[in-house]
Design a protein around this ligand. Structure first.
Ligand code: G3P
Ligand code: CA
Length: 262
């Protein structure tokens, strides 16, 4: 993917420009697309009737005026929800986007990279999770973004499935500590990952040895630090982070510019 990099260290918009707009909605993605950043991150779930929509939580309650799990709601039921008012009245009426809406929005942005997170998990949903994953990958291929994307999941089981089924074709994104990737892993994730998002746990930034280890295994160390703070950004940069996933991507860009890597 390096051929696509415009900056030395990259910035990804976490659920779009989620600090300023309702996360995972078209306004949040439009705002992110207008910034001098490199990547957009988003979360996929499959509806009861087999459509892929963009929403972070398994349940509709936190970010819409609805309730119940996405897997138990039809597309029509989800389309009737308001996914903006929870953030601010000024976003009232904003809809949950379908993956097709997102792909139509981004398809001509050949300069943009994508972090597509698969939120339907085999340990919770069995074969349904594999169906959801295969459908989303087919859509990424149809719209020509697969080559510029990482496929992200907290389910190591799902990532193992993708790696095997598609014979290593896709760049896979996992997590440190690898316990976050669930139980029942049959492989060492560093064998197949392209990148690992390194969480610090109790610490704001994980110890350097975890960055060094990823690099020694040929896996890119990325971070998601929750807040865009110059001190923590500097620490992560010094440890070797090469991509920052940010709720405020413009601020992330500015901090990294100040640090001389953009
Ligand atoms: O890159 C970090 C991101 O994948 C974390 O995602 O779904 O926990 O907000 P999430
Ligand atoms: Ca995510």
């Amino acid at each position: 993917m390096k051929q696509y990099y415009r900056h030395k260290v990259l910035v990804a918009a976490h659920r779009g420009d989620s600090k300023h707009f309702p996360e995972n909605t078209i306004p949040a993605f439009e705002s992110a697309l207008a910034l001098d950043i490199d990547m957009i991150e988003t979360d996929l779930h499959m509806t009861k009737d087999g459509e892929i929509v963009l929403i972070h939580d398994h349940a509709a309650g936190r970010t819409t005026n609805g309730s119940g799990d996405i897997k138990d709601l039809t597309l029509a039921e989800i389309m009737a929800l308001d996914a903006g008012s929870w953030k601010s009245d000024k976003f009232k009426g904003t809809k949950v986007p379908t993956f097709t809406d997102f792909l139509e929005l981004v398809k001509d942005r050949k300069d943009m990279l994508f972090n597509i997170e698969f939120k339907d998990y085999p340990h919770l949903q069995g074969d349904r999770a594999y169906y959801s994953c295969d459908k989303a990958i087919a859509m990424m291929e149809e719209y020509g973004i697969a080559e510029r994307s990482v496929i992200n999941s907290f389910s190591g089981e799902l990532l193992e499935y993708v790696d095997k089924k598609y014979e290593g074709k896709y760049k896979l994104h996992g997590y440190y500590p690898t316990e976050l990737m669930g139980e029942g892993l049959t492989r060492d994730p560093y064998e197949y990952l392209y990148t690992i998002c390194i969480f610090g746990g109790e610490k704001e930034v994980a110890d350097k040895e975890h960055f060094d280890y990823a690099i020694s295994r040929g896996v890119e160390p990325w971070v998601y630090l929750g807040e865009e703070k110059p001190d923590t950004y500097k620490s992560a940069l010094e440890r070797g982070a090469v991509l920052f996933t940010a709720n405020d991507p413009q601020k992330a860009h500015e901090i990294l510019k100040e640090l001389g890597v953009r």
